[in-house]
Write a protein that binds this ligand. Structure first.
Ligand SMILES: NC(=O)c1ccc[n+]([C@@H]2O[C@H](COP(=O)([O-])OP(=O)(O)OC[C@H]3O[C@@H](n4cnc5c(N)ncnc54)[C@H](OP(=O)(O)O)[C@@H]3O)[C@@H](O)[C@H]2O)c1
Length: 292
């Protein structure tokens, strides 16, 4: 079985490449942006023709939530149009598509965790592009899995953990919003879920939610990250101050509650959600090598 991973240089792509090579017998073709630009229709077609994969795992995406408000067309090209191209090729070659969406498809007005069938009202361009990608996959009549995940982090690429570490290193004190509730999720946890889906449930289709636990907010998450730093590191005691979303004024609005109800995937796989706090061990290594 051949499995293609797109965006293989990113957080999830890196984690998946590692997990799947270890835990499946499949041939893993991990393609980073230089190997395959998913917006290049011809290149995507050639790639399918060459490998005729059983699975394509699309982790390539335009994830800059605020910049997407300005570079709207580009965001749609990467997050939607390219997904449509790949879905059409999947139909041609009977390839199953594994794709990732986001908690930002929801508006955050619900008081309890979001279930898969809850109505989507994305607040941002990014959220809209990801919702559009879900719809185009479903419409194409192919085998698919869409995992909606939240607040992804790992020791590579761009993410909140690395941003907080860089800011702590640079600034006298930092401010972080405390009025957006959600669940950080390690790329490693998501790649374990995908591995189980491929190995144990090859015929299952549909949308699933997955996040790690516990529920937190960005301010408390930042404090947890700081607490993982060695005590002798001078930035382990720098001040982190809570602020409100209205004070921060980001270009893209974000949901106040984006906690995902993960019962459906837990039941299918017979797993518990991982604890993201146990996945932060890399911070001490990362802080040393972070470029400012
Ligand atoms: N990050 C989050 O908090 C989060 C939350 C919920 C859902 N998700 C979803 O989870 C998935 C994986 O996200 P991630 O955090 O692993 O992303 P990531 O670290 O940003 O990785 C995405 C990769 O895709 C590459 N890429 C961008 N445009 C491309 C193109 N046209 N062709 C090929 N590759 C391209 C990027 O390359 P460059 O670095 O060179 O641009 C990057 O290596 C995405 O679908 C994302 O929407 C992420």
């Amino acid at each position: 079985v051949t499995i293609i991973i797109t965006g293989a240089g990113g957080q999830l792509g890196t984690a998946l490449k590692k997990q799947l090579s270890k835990k499946t017998q499949s041939r893993i073709i991990a393609l980073n942006r230089n190997d395959l630009d998913i917006t290049d229709e011809q290149a995507v077609k050639e790639c399918f023709k060459k490998y005729q994969p059983r699975y394509i795992i699309n982790t390539a995406a335009y994830n800059a939530v605020d910049e997407a408000e300005i570079y709207r067309e580009h965001a749609f090209r990467v997050n939607f149009a390219a997904v449509e191209t790949m879905a059409k090729e999947c139909r041609k070659y009977s390839t199953k598509m594994i794709h990732f969406s986001t908690d930002y498809v929801f508006d955050g007005k619900k008081k309890t965790p979001y279930q898969e069938e809850d109505a989507c009202f994305p607040l941002s361009v990014y959220g809209k592009t990801k919702l559009a990608s879900e719809e185009i996959i479903k419409e194409n009549g192919i085998d698919y899995l869409i995992l909606r995940i939240s607040w992804l982090f790992s020791d590579v690429s761009t993410n909140f953990v690395r941003k907080i570490l860089a800011q702590l290193k640079k600034d006298a004190f930092i401010t972080v919003v405390d009025d957006q509730k959600g669940c950080p999720t390690a790329a490693e946890s998501v790649s374990e879920v995908v591995t189980l889906l491929i190995n144990n449930h090859p015929t299952v289709n549909g949308i699933f939610h997955y996040s790690d636990l516990p529920v937190t907010n960005w301010f408390d998450f930042a404090k947890e990250i700081q607490q993982r730093l060695n005590e002798n590191n001078e930035i382990s005691t720098k001040d982190i101050r809570p602020i409100k979303s209205t004070e921060l004024m980001t270009k893209a609005p974000r949901p106040h509650n984006s906690v995902l109800d993960c019962s459906k995937i837990k039941k299918l796989l017979g797993i518990e959600q991982a604890d993201w706090r146990e996945k932060l061990a890399f911070v001490n290594e990362t802080i040393g090598i972070l470029e400012l």
